[in-house]
Design a protein around this ligand. Sequence first.
Ligand code: 5GP
Ligand code: 5GP
Ligand code: 5GP
Length: 208
Amino acid sequence: VLCASQDFDFFYFVQQWPGSYCDSKQGCCYPITGKPASDFSIHGLWPNYNDGSYPSNCDPQAQFNPSQISDLTSRMQKDWPSLSCPSSDGLSFWSHEWEKHGTCSESILDQHDYFASALLLKRQSNLLQILKNAGIQPNGQYYSLDGIKAAIRGGIGHTPYIECNVDPSGNSQLYQIYVCVDTSGSNLIECPVLPRGTCGSRIEFPSF
Ligand code: 5GP
Ligand code: 5GP
Ligand code: 5GP
């Protein structure tokens, strides 16, 4: 063939707030390496189509191989920890993300570059600092959804999507932030389509 086929349109780069993952019905377990920093951490880099649908599990042959990312492991433990129970070293979370999502952008990013790209995007987006600069802090207070979105738009130049979950009292809280990335995996772009879901106009930003 003359050129690799384009098998998706853009990526969602999704970061989670650990305080909101833990402060929900499912609860959490800290990684075996200890409590993560009070910072957003990576959930995944997800190939998507412009119509809102997405491919998944695209190549059963391309199993996750930890030896291909041995140079990234210590940064992954810090920036891409798994908070699910029981406590883990993150390998099963990374394996799940690679096999479900990463295999669908394999024509562009091999396994090493897929994880390396996500680590770079986290640095490039710097969400917690952007929010703090706008006076939006993880202190259990409530902030307007529009204010959160405007702060991030001001910081990265593009409008994010905010996903909420609920705390044990049923209050809506900031769970995940989605930003969009071009098919190279390196440049933030305006989202072609946003996921669906509701937050409420004011949402809690729990401490962690
Ligand atoms: P949930 O049902 O919790 O929203 O999503 C479950 C999983 O489905 C996510 O962790 C992710 O793997 C996948 N997923 C949900 N929404 C999207 C989406 O809009 N795009 C892509 N690529 N994956 C998604
Ligand atoms: P998704 O399919 O939604 O991309 O990934 C969610 C899967 O990863 C679930 O099976 C979930 O249990 C697992 N997982 C492991 N660690 C984490 C974590 O720290 N956050 C989230 N959201 N899911 C995790
Ligand atoms: P609009 O697109 O007019 O800003 O918002 C339409 C509806 O979508 C409103 O109910 C608003 O609360 C909701 N909404 C807007 N942006 C987001 C977002 O980033 N996340 C979520 N969950 N809902 C949003």
